[in-house]
Design a protein around this ligand. Structure first.
Ligand code: ADP
Length: 285
């Protein structure tokens, strides 16, 4: 049974935390974070006073409708955007810029360098940190094997399918052995079957290495499947609606009723405040 912390309630009871002892220091600590974009004509508030903490080896999901500020939050954790209010800490240090301790995987298939092979794409950031060619190559091949692309190490990105390109991007992120892998709807552009396969593969990778992942999605089933914990955000501007534990993996796989029940509850929470458009009555003369 998933437990729920509604907004305004104490952040989390110890029993509500999937694998996160109360005394443990959060790996990512987001406190009262408001994020805004200044455009020529407007000030867009993407998120408003958002709080959440991610602990080591969690699969933490940011879930909410399109435009609620999920990607913006992820970019802020990545250090690409500074909060106008509040602060984001990684291992206790305020995040001020991007760093190799936070690698991002995006939705787009064109995130690889098209003129470099799979292996060179994975090696590229490793080399940028000063690793020798030999060590970078060993590490790259290790992670390319983990995503089952050893036979494609010398291929160029344009010869790969969308799912394979996303695997390369995941290998590139993981090879850096970051503190947290930031994933922004990485499977959203894939067909349904490939998407499911990639979700399974990501979980198998997690079983193998227990990496910490902060994962953005607007899909409720994907959030339940991938996540150990799920942060629900309200529509624009994004505020925390609730934080819930996902289902244990064997329940999610083997108990369709429990899965449907949780999906319904999340849907109810996400859309509880949705205002129905008034029906326009035809005008009579
Ligand atoms: P989500 O990832 O939940 O779909 P985003 O974080 O992409 O939401 O966007 C949150 C809000 O911020 C939206 O209203 C969006 O239009 C706005 N926004 C996103 N990027 C920019 C930008 N570069 N300039 C201005 N507004 C932006």
């Amino acid at each position: 049974m998933a437990s729920v912390t509604e907004q305004g309630a104490p952040a989390r009871a110890a029993s509500d935390v999937a694998g996160a002892p109360a005394a443990q220091t959060p790996l990512v600590d987001v406190r009262g974070v408001t994020l805004q974009y200044k455009t020529k004509d407007h000030l867009v508030t993407a998120t408003f006073r958002v709080d959440f903490q991610v602990f080591r080896s969690e699969r933490f999901i940011l879930l909410g409708p399109s435009g609620c500020g999920k990607s913006t939050l992820l970019k802020a954790v990545g250090g690409y955007l500074q909060p106008t209010e509040g602060e984001i800490r990684l291992k206790g240090e305020v995040v001020q810029r991007p760093g190799p301790d936070r690698m991002m995987v995006f939705q787009e298939f064109d995130q690889l360098l098209p003129w470099k092979t799979v292996k060179d794409n994975v090696m590229f950031p490793l080399r940028a940190t000063g690793l020798s060619r030999k060590v970078a190559e060993q590490k790259a091949m290790h992670y390319i094997a983990k995503v089952n692309l050893t036979n494609f190490a010398e291929s160029l990105p344009h010869t790969l399918s969308g799912g394979m390109k996303q695997r390369v991007a995941i290998a590139r992120g993981m090879a850096m052995e970051p503190d947290v892998l930031l994933m922004d709807e990485p499977f959203a552009a894939l067909d349904a079957l490939t998407r499911r396969k990639m979700q399974d593969e990501l979980l198998a990778l997690w079983d193998d290495t227990k990496f910490t992942v902060l994962f953005v999605t607007h899909s409720i089933p994907e959030a339940i499947k991938i996540g150990s914990r799920i942060l629900l955000l309200t529509p624009h501007p994004g505020q925390v609606k609730a934080e819930i534990n996902s289902l244990p993996r064997d329940t999610a796989d083997g108990d369709p009723e429990a899965l449907q029940e949780l999906e319904r509850r999340i849907h109810g929470m996400l859309f509880a405040d949705a205002v129905e458009e008034p029906v326009q009555e035809p005008q009579h003369e």
